[in-house]
Design a protein around this ligand. Structure first.
Ligand code: NAD
Length: 259
């Protein structure tokens, strides 16, 4: 389990900027979602932490003084039970499946779209009425470099993240008259369990030094990104400095997409 402190999330500089705000973070039990929950709470937000993993989301909610919601976002009707009076929505939950296009299981492809595109749509629909009546809202969609570029063997993930990019832009355009911004953050490879599983799979498949030879091959900055660095970008988008950023895709990729 990650131990993320507010100071590590860079939140000390953002103390209080989200006081009085309520945030909902999906996939908050691990990795980037956990770091976002910590950073948003440290900035003063009351955090609703959503995850399908009961133990981890309960622990995170307890750590940040927020509330845990054990929900599998693939179960779309269950989203109707989540709170709608939300000022900051972070659509973060996601997962990877690696397989060649010709063998990509259609049911897995559809599940990826349900969790990473349809669930964010339903959460936006749930939160927008409150954001509109408040005249303020922040939607941050955790996309990926794979929302902007493709890699082999990631048909479901690349397609779902590209769809999330489009959804985020529509929310930006429709939200603008109401003081609502919507942006994507686009990390490269982040040191989280999702990436550790990919490294294990590559190593099990016989790839030597998978971190250097595969994951960081195209990345000029030769290190993994930390979840706290993603959370700091999410926090900036939600804070006073990010008010004019909307419809954007903020790459945090060590130069991967520039290469
Ligand atoms: P992670 O596996 O560490 O955490 C993902 C969390 O989402 C887990 O707690 C998991 O239980 C939860 N989750 C997954 N499916 C769910 C569902 N159906 N319902 C509810 N909760 C669910 O992963 P992470 O690396 O922190 O990834 C978070 C997001 O960041 C994902 O959208 C991922 O695509 C994106 N991302 C990750 C990386 C990376 O390198 N790790 C890079 C770019 C983008």
């Amino acid at each position: 389990m990650n131990t993320v402190t507010p100071a590590a999330a860079g939140a000390s500089a953002a103390d209080g900027v989200l006081s009085g705000r309520t945030a909902l973070v999906t996939g908050a039990g691990s990795g980037i979602g956990r770091a976002c929950a910590v950073a948003l709470a440290a900035a003063g937000a009351h955090v609703h932490a959503v995850d399908r993993d009961a133990d981890s989301v309960t622990e995170v909610a307890h750590a940040v003084g927020g509330r845990a919601h054990v929900v599998d976002l693939a179960d779309l009707p269950a989203i109707g039970g989540l709170p709608g009076e939300i000022d900051v929505l972070v659509n973060n939950a996601g997962f990877q499946h690696v397989a060649p296009l010709g063998e990509f299981p259609p049911e897995r492809f559809e599940l990826m779209h349900r969790v990473m595109v349809t669930a964010p749509l339903l959460l936006m629909q749930r939160c927008l009425p409150h954001m509109k009546s408040a005249g303020w809202g922040r939607i941050v969609n955790v996309s990926s470099v794979h929302g902007l570029r493709a890699s082999a063997n990631k048909a479901g993930y690349v397609a779902a993240k590209h769809a999330l990019e489009g959804l985020s832009k529509v929310a930006a355009i429709e939200g603008a008259p109401h003081g609502i911004t919507s942006n994507c953050v686009n990390p490269g490879y982040v040191r989280t369990p999702l990436v550790e599983r990919q490294l294990d799979d590559l190593a099990a498949g016989g790839t030597a030094d998978p971190l250097a030879s595969v994951l960081l091959d195209r990345t000029p900055v030769k290190r993994l990104l930390e979840a706290e660095e993603v959370a700091a970008a999410v926090l900036w988008l939600c804070g006073p400095g990010g008010g004019f950023a909307t419809g954007s895709s903020l790459t945090l990729d060590g130069g991967w997409t520039a290469n």
